[in-house]
Design a protein around this ligand. Structure first.
Ligand code: HH2
Length: 287
């Protein structure tokens, strides 16, 4: 049986004082992670916050709206939109005027990157969480870095391409088991891991819906679960709308995700998400 880890607030070997995510999770309410893409080409807000001053305004705004964590990325990871790979020097160059200043705003900052070199730079600049959309499986340096720095790491499920014939929950569970083996071999503390089914990554739209509907099955890993459905393509498959008009679908998906066991929600729309989650909790508390 895997221990309950961060979700129960028992961060043995990494006290909540030294682990801001453990401290937040111990609050016992769903956490909201605000997305900040310092990119020209992200799928829903590409270019909007590429300018450092605008990025920092957005960071301040998200914190004022109730974001518990800021997730900062400088390379689009969108799987089906032809994202342009970014060399590591350019990724760091984009982050330099934004990430250290965002850290000073006071909320924990997570670094959304596939490259251990970028994650290492971000941790040195004050980030305190690694968000790896390849679940420690693309570059083994990421697990070594997370172990060395004893920081929480978000392990997201991903595949090069979707396969409609796959039993997606079994595939996600198999992927997580492999990521956990890699993490253990590198010395990453189990309680420092957050699992994320990777909505929209290597999945058909239907498989993304299944991953939210059956999220509860992933609780068997005994680790906190993160869901990022914000503005994603599966919403438009169910109810056609361009990315900037998917707020209703994003909120519905996130409320259901929390009902099914998510502890952290990754969103572009912090104020609306915070409000929705508070109302859902108020109703649930009186059931
Ligand atoms: N989704 C995106 C990026 N990073 N990280 C985690 N852990 N979970 C997610 O679902 C996730 C993620 C894609 O969204 P966005 O950052 O808005 O787009 P882009 O990657 O195009 O910048």
């Amino acid at each position: 049986m895997i221990d309950a880890g961060l979700s129960a607030g028992c961060a043995s070997g990494n006290t909540s004082a030294s682990n801001p995510l453990a401290r937040l999770l111990a609050l016992g309410r769903p956490l909201v992670m605000g997305v900040l893409n310092v990119t020209p080409d992200s799928f829903s807000d590409g270019g909007e916050f590429f300018d450092p001053a605008r990025a920092l305004d957005q960071a301040r705004r998200m914190i004022a709206e109730g974001a518990d964590i800021l997730d900062i990325g400088a390379e689009s990871t969108r799987p089906y939109g032809g994202a342009v790979p970014v060399p590591l020097e350019e990724e760091i160059r984009r982050l330099e005027p934004v990430l250290p200043a965002a850290v000073k705003l006071g909320a924990p900052v997570s670094i959304d990157t596939m490259k251990p070199e970028v994650a290492g730079w971000a941790l040195a600049a004050g980030a305190s969480i690694i968000n790896d959309v390849w679940g420690l499986q693309r570059d083994r340096g990421m697990a070594r870095l997370a172990a060395e720095r004893t920081v929480p790491v978000i392990v997201m499920h991903n595949r090069e391409s979707a396969d409609p014939s796959l039993a997606i929950m079994a595939e996600i569970a198999k992927f997580f088991a492999r990521s956990l083996e890699i993490a253990e071999a590198a010395g990453v503390a189990h309680q420092n891991i957050v699992l994320d089914p990777g909505i929209g990554f290597g999945k058909t739209p239907e498989q993304s819906v299944i991953a939210i509907a059956r999220l509860g099955e992933l609780k068997s890993f005994g680790l906190p679960l993160l869901v990022g459905a914000s503005r994603k393509r599966f919403i438009a498959k169910v109810s056609p709308a361009p990315p900037d008009q998917r707020l209703g679908g994003s909120i519905a998906a996130h409320v259901m995700a929390v009902a099914n066991g998510a502890s952290i929600i990754r969103t572009h729309d912090v104020a609306e998400t915070v409000q929705a989650l508070r109302i859902a909790a108020a109703i649930r508390d009186l059931q």
